[in-house]
Design a protein around this ligand. Sequence first.
Ligand SMILES: NC(=O)c1ccc[n+]([C@@H]2O[C@H](COP(=O)([O-])OP(=O)(O)OC[C@H]3O[C@@H](n4cnc5c(N)ncnc54)[C@H](O)[C@@H]3O)[C@@H](O)[C@H]2O)c1
Length: 363
Amino acid sequence: MTMFNNIYKDKRVFLTGHTGFKGSWLSLWLSSLGAEVCGYSLAPNTAPSMFEELNISDRITLSVFKNILDTLSLEKTMNDFQPDIVFHLAAQPLVRLSYFEPVLTYQTNVIGTLNVLEAARKCKSVKAFVNVTTDKCYENKEIDRGYKEDEPMGGYDMYSSSKGCVEIMSSSYRRSFLQSDGTMAMATARAGNVIGGGDWAQDRLIPDCIKAINHEQKIEIRNPIAVRPWQHVLEPLSGYLLLGQKLLTEGKRYAEGFNFGPNEDSVLKVADVARKVCEYYEKGEIIVHKRDDLHEANLLMLNIEKAEKVLSWKPAYGADKAISETVDWYKHFYKKDCDMYKFTINQIENYEESIEWNNYIQN
Ligand SMILES: NC(=O)c1ccc[n+]([C@@H]2O[C@H](COP(=O)([O-])OP(=O)(O)OC[C@H]3O[C@@H](n4cnc5c(N)ncnc54)[C@H](O)[C@@H]3O)[C@@H](O)[C@H]2O)c1
């Protein structure tokens, strides 16, 4: 099957955050598309981690464990590699941790992103830059509709506001430095709550459910009625890859912000998702844990009309499929009954076959 018009075959891709949850999946997908991938991140910080379990360092061209705040090393690594495109995913991505580590969160997300932009601008081989932010970049008014790309940035907590800042900074950066011919085309990508196998981060619903089930403990949820746009990890990644394709082939026309969220019927309450996890796992019991004082959004949705119209992107999986694929991954991982690398590649191939916009990208 020809995916993304074969644009990634032999392309040199610089990927920050390759040791994380989304970055591990993207490393594998890009490699399977024939790309030469240089990953640049801190070492994995969970045990287990998908990066270690699937031996991703051996499946990409180069894996560098360094900090994006180390500008010398960042610029040298990028310049030595001479990438065509940068996917920037490295971040401190946790809302709750941002209450305890506000400076680290801002340094990593805002200054770190500026460093990666600067390194890419100085490296003349870079033609395209996909800058990953989040649905939480919008000023959340807890309204009953999805946010559009041109709505105000904001953020109650330090994580969300750091990503709102990244959006504002990126827009300013584009206007200040990326207007003339020959400069890279840079777009930002805002996705919702992502689920999938291989995530063991703290304070995320699915990893928390899986950990509790495997320790024969009750699943504690803090905010059962909170509503989020749930999507399988391959959904936003397909959006990032399609956006990257467009930036590489058609340049600055696509150098804007894009939302990649699920369809409206995949916007579910936290408790419903936890219930479905137990149903598919055929195990697990949920209890509602007393909430603490840390504010977390109750209602957050994305409007995805722009990605649908401008990129012809659309979600391929509903929430049920996203949750069942996720549970399947962890079930096999803990049963140790198959090769998880092959299993993951198989999930990627099944996803590719489900993409309805594939006809569009083959042309
Ligand atoms: N997971 C989600 O639900 C979700 C939703 C919306 C947006 N996002 C965004 O997607 C991106 C990836 O998220 P994830 O869930 O894979 O997170 P993750 O925590 O699993 O991975 C984060 C990655 O960033 C790297 N990193 C962190 N600080 C670094 C530093 N100073 N220098 C170099 N590397 C550093 C880590 O090593 C890791 O590779 C982030 O930008 C996040 O904000 C995630």
